[in-house]
Design a protein around this ligand. Structure first.
Ligand SMILES: [Zn+2]
Ligand SMILES: [Zn+2]
Length: 459
């Protein structure tokens, strides 16, 4: 083992307890996106105690107050900036046995956030930056899970945020403007025999809030006086389901609506039904194309039943495509750390989930790989972080070793990856211009006095 590798491993292990304490604290204080104040405050205090100067998203004079922050570790020598990220947010999953106020870290982001602290601490050890150039930006990001769409739309309307996802919002705020390359580790439940996994990438997504409005009336005595918004919503979803056979496998489209429930009693014709959904897909183009069809179906159903329809479409996350050369470097590093048999990288594997890390991969080379040690089902009520040593400490070691490889020898590795990377957009600005095409907030079905129905479901 080289001296530097030994130093990195020792430094990661030295702060094991600090990392584990943070992991438990954040697990016990779960909060959903853009409300992760407990974890934020805890980590700010610990980072500052380590001597780090933070750029805080709740103290940015140009933007609304949200959790999250970053710090730059400058080697003092010119070179690329590597971003390493950890997420702060939990899920709404009230029936998890350890949920607090209806929330739980059933995606394991608490382990990511804790690992960022462990990594920050390890990087204060003497010699850790020796031989490196450029900067390491450690970023704690809010709101990866794109949930509570109405709440986030409200935050957008009041000007607190501009985008649903935390990394996209941070891109908008300029926190990635001078970043050249990005990585992060997510938790996984790959089992006892595997420590690290990674696939080629995953679907992008966009967010939909769909509101059918009808008219309430006595459900038994005068249903003819009412307009049933629930039936219209069901009809709309039936039409979307019938469209599924027109979807093409190559686009890996996913449409998974939830009915948000009615605000009335069984003896009243429901006058409103809200549906939340994503449209996910392998490319922005496919998502745009299929979303148009779903909107047409939803609007047609409203017209059939005499309801109005409001569609609030928002950009979500871009498809995540890992840079192959970067992925190979990460794979080699992981194998060197834990042994080849415990590492499973698949350069073809495509997941149909989504992450706002995908937005970063549109404009810079990036890899999001997984460290295992969780058990149960991701986003499920049986999800637990059972092996923090493998989840957190292994993840910290791997990321620090990758960072060391990227930025040593005049950052030759990082520069080679950056040079061969082909961005999907020439700039972050161009990226935002493209995803703006998802933004649509309007009455999609309305009626004129003579009963003429007006369908307006396209941007
Ligand atoms: Zn998740
Ligand atoms: Zn997650």
């Amino acid at each position: 083992m080289s001296d530097k590798k030994e130093l990195i491993i020792k430094s990661a292990e030295k702060y094991r307890q600090l990392t584990f304490d943070a992991e438990r604290f954040i697990w016990k204080h779960p909060q959903t996106g853009y409300t992760e104040w407990a974890a934020n405050e805890y980590l700010i205090e610990k980072f500052e105690a380590l001597g780090y100067k933070l750029i805080r998203a709740d103290q940015d004079p140009k933007f609304g107050k949200i959790p999250g922050f970053y710090t730059d570790i400058d080697t003092g020598k010119p070179g690329p900036t590597l971003a390493i990220m950890g997420e702060l947010d939990a899920l709404d999953i009230a029936n998890h046995p350890e949920s607090v106020n209806g929330m739980c870290h059933s995606c394991g982001h608490n382990a990511q956030a804790a690992s960022m602290l462990g990594m920050a601490a390890a990087l204060t050890e003497p010699g850790m930056l020796d031989g490196l150039c450029g900067k390491i930006r450690l970023i704690l990001v809010p709101a990866e899970e794109m949930i509570q769409l109405a709440f986030r739309s409200g935050l957008i309307k009041e000007g607190t945020i501009s985008y649903m996802g935390g990394k996209v919002e941070f891109m908008h705020r300029g926190y990635f403007d001078d970043v050249d390359i990005a990585m992060m580790v997510h938790q996984s439940n790959a089992g006892d025999d595997i420590d690290f996994t990674c696939g080629l990438g995953n679907n992008g997504c966009m967010a939909k809030t769909i509101t059918y409005k009808g008219k309430s009336s006595h459900a038994g005595g005068a249903p003819h006086m009412g307009i049933n918004a629930q039936y219209a919503a069901m009809l709309g979803l039936q039409a979307c389901n019938d469209l599924r056979e027109t979807l093409q496998e190559k686009d890996t489209i996913r449409f998974h609506p939830i009915l948000k429930g009615v605000n009335c009693a069984v003896n009243i014709i429901p006058d409103e039904m809200v549906i939340e959904s994503y449209v996910r897909g392998k490319s922005i183009e496919a998502m745009k194309r299929e979303n148009k069809k779903f909107n047409r179906a939803l609007a047609g159903a409203a017209a059939a039943m005499g309801c109005t329809l409001h569609i609030d479409d928002k950009p979500g996350y871009s498809p995540e495509i890992h840079d192959r050369m970067f992925m190979e470097l990460v794979e080699e590093t992981c194998k060197d750390l834990v042994g080849a048999e415990r590492v499973k990288f698949n350069y073809e594997n495509w997941s149909t989930g989504s992450s706002d890390f995908g937005d970063l991969t549109c404009v810079m080379p990036g890899v999001q790989f997984q460290s295992s040690g969780a058990t149960g089902t991701g986003h499920g009520i049986d999800y637990y972080l059972s092996d923090p040593e493998r989840l957190c400490i292994n993840g910290i070691k791997a990321q620090l070793l990758v960072a060391d490889k990227l930025l040593s020898d005049g950052a030759a590795c990082a520069k080679a990856i950056i040079d061969q990377y082909e961005p999907r957009y020439a700039s972050i600005k161009e990226f935002f211009e493209d995803i703006a095409a998802f933004d649509m907030d309007k009455e999609a079905v309305s009626y004129e006095e003579d009963g003429t129905v007006k369908l307006d479901f396209q941007r």
